[in-house]
Design a protein around this ligand. Structure first.
Ligand code: FE
Ligand code: FE
Ligand code: MG
Length: 164
């Protein structure tokens, strides 16, 4: 950790680390939800959905990496125990118990909408106080907005297909 880099944070560093650890738990759970969803999904447009879910899984893992790096940079420790992901998560985990494409898409859209709220809130909390975390949250928010749009686009196409 760099001392000057921490000194410029104009808010409680512990609070930033806690918020980042909550987002970190979300990212791992989102990663697993997408990764497993891509394995079990069934139904029309399956191939297009698998491609998108797999891309998003990779993005969520990359977000977990970005968030962990920032936690460490601030002198914190990323959640060490996976079982603690459930204690910290904002958005939870939706098991893909019903593997039908429509249900998988809806679960993941709900997850993205939660992620958008989480990063929007982190942007507001760190605005003018912690520019590095602000910038990180902004970069991730851009991805989450794209994820929601991609999934809603697939759901629209699916609805056209199954209602014809
Ligand atoms: Fe993410
Ligand atoms: Fe996402
Ligand atoms: Mg996408």
């Amino acid at each position: 950790m760099g001392s000057k880099g921490i000194e410029i944070v104009g808010m409680d560093v512990k609070e930033v680390i806690d918020l980042l650890n909550k987002a970190y738990a979300d990212e791992w759970l989102a990663y697993y939800q997408y990764w497993l969803g891509a394995k079990v999904v069934k139904g029309p447009m399956k191939d297009a959905v698998i491609t998108e879910l797999t891309e998003h899984a990779n993005d969520e893992l990359r977000h977990a990496d970005m968030v962990a790096n920032r936690i460490i940079q601030l002198g914190g420790v990323p959640i060490l125990q996976p079982k603690q992901w459930y204690d910290f998560t904002n958005c939870g985990y939706d098991a893909p118990e019903n593997p039908f494409v429509e249900e998988i898409l809806k679960q993941n859209i709900k997850g993205e909408q939660c992620a958008i709220d989480v990063y929007k809130s982190l942007i507001e909390t760190t605005h003018m106080k912690d520019p590095v975390t602000y910038n990180l949250a902004l970069q991730i928010l851009e991805d989450e907005v794209e994820h929601e749009e991609d999934l809603q686009g697939l759901l629209e196409d699916l609805e056209i297909l199954i209602k014809k």
